[in-house]
Design a protein around this ligand. Structure first.
Ligand code: MRU
Length: 352
């Protein structure tokens, strides 16, 4: 997408260096972080300099390619296996991370020549990035048909272009609908504790000049009850074979509210987010993050410095599950690059 007149992807490979838009400091600063080796790419993923299922998938694919480029010939296989383990250990929930790592790893198993392996690894990682962009663009075109003129759409967290390589999933239909000259208004859940909605979705929509309002996470029911939400679209980090969907914490309660108010609730995700080995949502690993994210907030002060302040009594305990699972029964449809399917019909996509 375009930032200050220039086209950016969230992550790209330049030589041996992975370059990443630093999402930890957005919207206050626009910075590119350089990761010259796979260890630093892994660290950028675990510290959430880059976040969002598709974006960390692409970054991890590039991280694997970096490992293959770095691997000393006498220790080639062991070096790459270690890198694969450290990249796999960065974040547990997003399926795209594992999808990309394993794709790059598999593609180099087909050769014993290190030079060939280097070429293949880079090509495979670039192919993953391109497929992610194309799938997200398709999701936008398919999903835009659900958005009527003057619709008010609610979204949770950030499943925009920052969460993928480009375009995004939940926001992609909104971007396409805007290009089709539809009037759209977006309710943006702030998405505590890391505020991906307030910080990132709001920033993306502002850059795209799409009207929106950030709302407290507990305000969605209020607007649904008043008839001010026509449609909900969220992203996903992992989809189980039965159509249960893991997404950012707070998604489940929005789905329950949407059903109560007869509001269509759609999940937008590329098929690379589907974990065909996972039979139901209860088997999806849910990341539990540091309590520091719940007890403090970081923002910009009046002189534009980033500051962290504490909002609880000293010594307060907190819990911080990063995702929840929305059962298939609450989901109207899953918007993929291959079409929209009811969650219970997900299997139709497997060999499509
Ligand atoms: O913890 P994050 O910010 O990496 O969370 C992932 C997400 O971006 C959201 O859950 C999003 O809604 C899914 S779409 C990638």
């Amino acid at each position: 997408m375009i930032v200050k007149g220039k086209h950016y992807k969230t992550v790209w490979l330049e030589g041996n260096t992975v370059k990443i838009i630093n999402q930890a400091v957005l919207p206050h600063k626009f910075e590119i972080t350089e990761c010259p080796d796979h260890q630093r790419t892994a660290r950028a993923i675990s510290t959430m300099i880059i976040r969002g299922a598709g974006a960390i998938g692409t970054a991890a694919g590039f991280g694997m390619a970096q490992a293959v480029l770095e691997a000393p010939e006498k220790d080639f296989e062991a070096y790459i296996r270690n890198a694969r383990t450290s990249l796999r250990n960065t974040r547990p929930t997003a399926q795209n991370l594992f999808y990309s790592i394993e794709r790059v790893f598999r593609c180099i198993q087909e050769t014993t020549d290190p030079e060939q392996a280097r070429i293949r690894a880079v090509m495979e990682a670039e192919a993953i990035a391109l497929e992610d962009i194309n799938a997200c663009k398709q999701i936008g075109e398919i999903g835009a048909k659900l958005i009527q003129n003057n619709f008010k759409v609610l979204t949770h967290c950030n499943a925009g272009w920052l969460a993928f390589t480009d375009w995004g999933t939940a926001l992609s239909p909104i971007y396409v609908a805007k290009r089709e000259h539809k009037n759209i208004f977006v309710w943006v859940d702030e998405t505590r504790p890391r505020f991906q909605g307030a910080r990132l979705t709001a920033w993306e929509l502002q850059e795209e000049q799409i009207p929106y309002a950030v709302i407290a996470d507990n305000a969605a029911g209020f607007y649904m009850q008043r008839g001010e939400v026509d449609l909900v679209i969220v992203g996903s980090d992992r989809i189980a074979r039965n159509g249960d969907v893991a997404n950012k914490i707070g998604t489940y309660e929005k789905a329950v509210l949407a059903k109560e108010h007869d509001i269509p609730f759609y999940v937008a995700a590329p098929t690379s987010t589907i974990d065909w080995d996972c039979t139901h949502g209860g088997d999806i690993p849910i990341e539990e993050r540091s309590e520091s994210e719940v007890v403090s907030v970081t923002g910009r002060d009046e002189v534009n410095n980033l500051r962290t302040v504490f909002i609880v009594p000293e010594g307060a305990k907190a819990r911080n599950p990063a995702f929840d699972v929305t059962p298939a029964a609450y989901i109207t449809g899953i918007i993929t690059e291959k079409g929209i399917v009811a969650p219970e019909k997900l299997a139709k996509l497997k060999n499509k």
